[in-house]
Each structure stands twice: as structure tokens, then as C-alpha cells.
Ligand binder design. Structure first.
Ligand SMILES: Nc1nc2c(c(=O)[nH]1)N[C@H]1C(S)=C(S)[C@@H](COP(=O)(O)O)O[C@H]1N2
Ligand SMILES: [Mo]
Length: 322
């Protein structure tokens, strides 16, 4: 059965990399994973069901323009994209988010905008995202754990969102925060990570045409495990920069302290640009496993987006780990 064969493949890739969680309190983690351990196949079937919205209805289609961004590589399957996830608020195993993220309530969805802006306030998602002008973008996603996917996102440029929020010229960075609700996300109470999940970009990075705010994938609304109702996609950076389920946007002149940098500063830099020549202390970055493939492939500088983004880092020493 292909389902099971594919699953084996994912399991293998999961076993071959040390997950990001590994430095977390091991004992805490062991009890936790014991509680949530489910047979792999059971997990897969549960994940399968969650291609539907939490109330059992199919995810709504999102009308969108065809993509101008396409690396021309085979797409990762919708099944894999929506059942092999990192979303630690819903558990640390790859199959946890698909099983647990249905608990996330996304309606209504408000976003708090603050800091160095002319337009602070609480916005409804519909004020931020122009649903009549959605586009599709096919991007590579490269996790620092050395696996990768090719994902057809639907959304808007991040610049189109930030322009609406009128940042002041003194804003040098933008800081994003994920929703935190300990009833919906009880897993956050027992983990070594400091929630809410925080990420950030320098303003020029945020305004780079590649930076994207996704509200869907495969032509439909984002499943919750993928960061519904809106999540960042920064394709030239390691996946942890692409923060999910965003509820706050803050413009600041201080470099934000991100969740992963705070937890392990020697392992996760602020910039986190994909770089095959600079190894993470625990994972070599020269190669990656594309989910769905067996052989490892070469990792590309800036994940293949060098032409679009390298100019932003010309004054930085790229042999250093940031
Ligand atoms: N809020 C939040 N955002 C997050 C994460 C997370 O744990 N919490 N994981 C990150 C990591 S490590 C990766 S690789 C990507 C995975 O996105 P996907 O599950 O949609 O493929 O989401 C990123 N965004
Ligand atoms: Mo990741």
C-alpha cells in the first residue's frame, strides 16, 4: 500500500535527523511523548481526516492567480505537507500537529499591531489580507533538520500586508508572535520552549518580494497544522523563521529575540539563512532529504533564492553562523 510505504519513508527521515526538540528537557519530553504515542498508522489515518476542517467540512477553495514563482521541481504531496509538521504548540512529533491542531480556534482572528507604526491597533484578518487578490507561489521549504518540501502556497506578499500598517521610517525590524492559548495548546505547558512563539525579520527582508503571508495551500484554506489562518513563508531561510498562526505584528528598532534563539543561541541565529556551507552544531547542512524522495539532494545557497536575496547580506560574513 502506498500509504504505508510513504509513511515508512517519512519515519525513516524522522529517525535520520535529530529533531529540533532534542535539547529540551529529555525526561519531560519522554513522559509527554509516552502519553501521546500512537501507532504510526493510526496517526496517519487521523492526519488523513484532518484534510477536512475541524468541523468535518472540506477546506474552502481559495480563488487565486496562477503562480509566477515555480522552482520547476515536483510538488510534495498534499498528504505529506499536511501530516508531517513542526508546530510545537501542538506537540513535538511530526504527526502531532495534524492530530491536535483542530483545537485551535481561528474565528474570529484578530491581529494586534504595535510599536513603530502610524497605525497601531487591533485588526481583523480580513483587513490585512486582500482575499480578492490571492496568488499562488510554489516555494521550497527547507527545515534546519535537513528535510525539505516543495509547497504550493496561496496568499499575498508580506509587503502588501505591512504597507497597510504604515511602519515608521525608524522601524528596523518586524516581530511576529503566534497565538498562545494553553487550553487549546496544553502541550505548551510541558515543553522546554518559551511560548508564545516569536519570530522576526529585518525590515528589508520583510519587504523583499519573496516574503509571503500564506493563508492557503494546494488552492485551499490553510489546514490548522500548517498555521491557519495566516503564517509567514520566508523561503530562503530555515523553516523555523516561517512562523504560524500570527496574532501580533510589532515594528521595532531592536532586533527581536526569537523563540529558538532564546532557547539555544549557539544553535539558532536570527538570520538563519539556508547555507549549505555552514553546519548547524548538530546537523550538517550540505544535503537534505526531500520528503518523498530517498536519496539526499544538495542544499542550495539561500535555498536556491540567491539571486533574489543575496544582495541583502553583502556586508555579512556568510561563513559565520548567525
Ligand atoms: N508557531 C510556530 N510556528 C512554526 C513552528 C512552530 O513550532 N510553532 N515550527 C517552524 C518549523 S521548525 C518549520 S520547519 C515550519 C514547518 O511548517 P509546516 O509544518 O507547514 O511544513 O514551521 C515553522 N513555524
Ligand atoms: Mo524546522
Amino acid at each position: 500500500m502506498t500509504l504505508i510505504k510513504t509513511l515508512k519513508q517519512w519515519q525513516e527521515s524522522e529517525n535520520n535527523v535529530t529533531p529540533e526538540r532534542i535539547y529540551l528537557n529529555r525526561r519531560k519530553f519522554m513522559t509527554k511523548s509516552g502519553v501521546f504515542a500512537a501507532s504510526a498508522v493510526g496517526g496517519m489515518l487521523a492526519a488523513n481526516k484532518l484534510l477536512l476542517a475541524a468541523d468535518g467540512t472540506p477546506l474552502k477553495k481559495l480563488p487565486h492567480q496562477k503562480t509566477q514563482y515555480n522552482p520547476g521541481e515536483e510538488l510534495t504531496t498534499e498528504q505529506a505537507i499536511t501530516s508531517y509538521n513542526n508546530f510545537y504548540e501542538f506537540g513535538t512529533n511530526k504527526t502531532d500537529p495534524a492530530k491536535n491542531a483542530h483545537r485551535l480556534t481561528i474565528e474570529p482572528w484578530k491581529v494586534k499591531v504595535m510599536g513603530l507604526t502610524e497605525a497601531p491597533g487591533v485588526y481583523d484578518i480580513d483587513d490585512l489580507i486582500d482575499y480578492n487578490n490571492l496568488e499562488e507561489r510554489i516555494y521550497r521549504l527547507r527545515c534546519v533538520e535537513a528535510w525539505s518540501m516543495v509547497i504550493p502556497w496561496v496568499g499575498v506578499s508580506l509587503a502588501s500586508v505591512l504597507e497597510k500598517l504604515k511602519p515608521l521610517s525608524t522601524a528596523k525590524y518586524v516581530r511576529f508572535q503566534t497565538k498562545l492559548d494553553t487550553e487549546e495548546m496544553p502541550w505548551t505547558l510541558t515543553q522546554g520552549l518559551d511560548f508564545p512563539y516569536v519570530e522576526g525579520l529585518r525590515m528589508d527582508e520583510a519587504l523583499n518580494p519573496l516574503s509571503f503571508m500564506a493563508v492557503g495551500l494546494y488552492g485551499k484554506e490553510l489546514p490548522k497544522q500548517n498555521g491557519a489562518p495566516m503564517r509567514l513563508v520566508v523561503p530562503w531561510k530555515y523553516g523555523f523563521k516561517s512562523i504560524k498562526s500570527i496574532v501580533s505584528i510589532e515594528f521595532t528598532d531592536q532586533k527581536p529575540l526569537t523563540t529558538w534563539e532564546k532557547s539555544a543561541p549557539h544553535e539558532y541565529g536570527f538570520y538563519a539563512n539556508v547555507n549549505p556551507n555552514v553546519d548547524h552544531p548538530r546537523w550538517r547542512q550540505g544535503k537534505e532529504r526531500r520528503i518523498g524522495e530517498f536519496r539526499r539532494r544538495e542544499t542550495l545557497m539561500f535555498n536556491g533564492y540567491e539571486e533574489e536575496v543575496a544582495h541583502m547580506y553583502k556586508d555579512m560574513d556568510l561563513t559565520k553562523f548567525y
